[in-house]
Design a protein around this ligand. Sequence first.
Ligand SMILES: *Cc1c(COP(=O)(O)O)cnc(C)c1O
Length: 367
Amino acid sequence: MGAPTPELAIDLRSDTVTRPTDAMREAMAGAQVGDDVQEGDPTVRKLEARVANMLGKEAAIYVPSGTMANLLAIKTQTQPGDEIVTHEQSHIYHWETGGYAAVASCSIRLIPGERGQFTPQTLHRNIRFEDQHCPPTRMVAIENTHNKGGGHVWDLNAIDAIADEAKALNLRFHVDGARLWNAHIATGQPLSRLVRDANSVSVCFSKGLGAPVGSALAADAKTITLARRWRKLLGGAMRQSGIIAAAALYALDHHIDRLAHDHAHARLLADAITECPGMALDPLDVRTNIVFARVAPDEPLETQQKLADELCGLLAGEGVGVLSEGDGRVRAVFHLGISTEQAKQAAQAWKACAAQFVGINSPGTSR
Ligand SMILES: *Cc1c(COP(=O)(O)O)cnc(C)c1O
């Protein structure tokens, strides 16, 4: 039970690969359940109340995935023909099958910025003016922590500045908080403070928290009531879902504080990568559980991508799973399935594999 795949003894491809622990499985087995689409499932209700409370919102809804949580946030707070604004590297834009367009009938405006973040000034510049030629900009979404931004954490004053600007521009403000737990541990700020001015927040239980399934959307009661209807329409209303909600409740009790270990393990790997000639960390400051690195950063992108794929292959041969991101970067993500000993082994394996590239890099790439 809970054993990782033998081929990848140290699986850093994502924090979604976690298996429920024995204690989590016990909590699931003992869960009280009911029909959540009829009278309600008591464990799901408990989870929804708990999440709403932790995030300081009126209500929350349990959903199968983070993708559905974000989609419900967009669908319930926009009208067809509206425009939403996200960072150009946002998960909503890249990895959610274009649900904002396919289901919510919204266009998306993508804005640039360092490490997945942007400023109120950039936001302001990307708002449509009021005119019959333009779709009305209705919503802005930020991602905290930012996945493609290297697990980067938003500073509180930067979040507050975006919230103020959103309010001034009469926009709904959504936080994609799939890894908000990691931002909470990295900053020491209460979860509710991190999302104080957000109209809606999505959170995932199935990432670093280690639950097998599930996410939630929290917002005002009216938005969540509407989200229940759309969840049903999308086929996301579940019956005795207390079985899986129990895993999320267990994770909230036992797996938040331990995220600090994942952050320390990511730091450990990052430090090892910094010592590898010809490799660059991207971005340099690893703040949470995600590490991005490039082989031969001064080479053309196609070469970087080829080398990144090769590095992934070499590491897999050593039993270390990492992902080639497709943009020349290699990604490693830490989670509760990885011990400190395994993090050290991964760092050693990385050094050994990266050493094989030295010499094929052009001069000047060593650092
Ligand atoms: C994983 C993730 C999601 C949701 O993903 P699902 O796989 O649908 O649960 C949303 N946003 C971010 C930033 C994520 O990392």
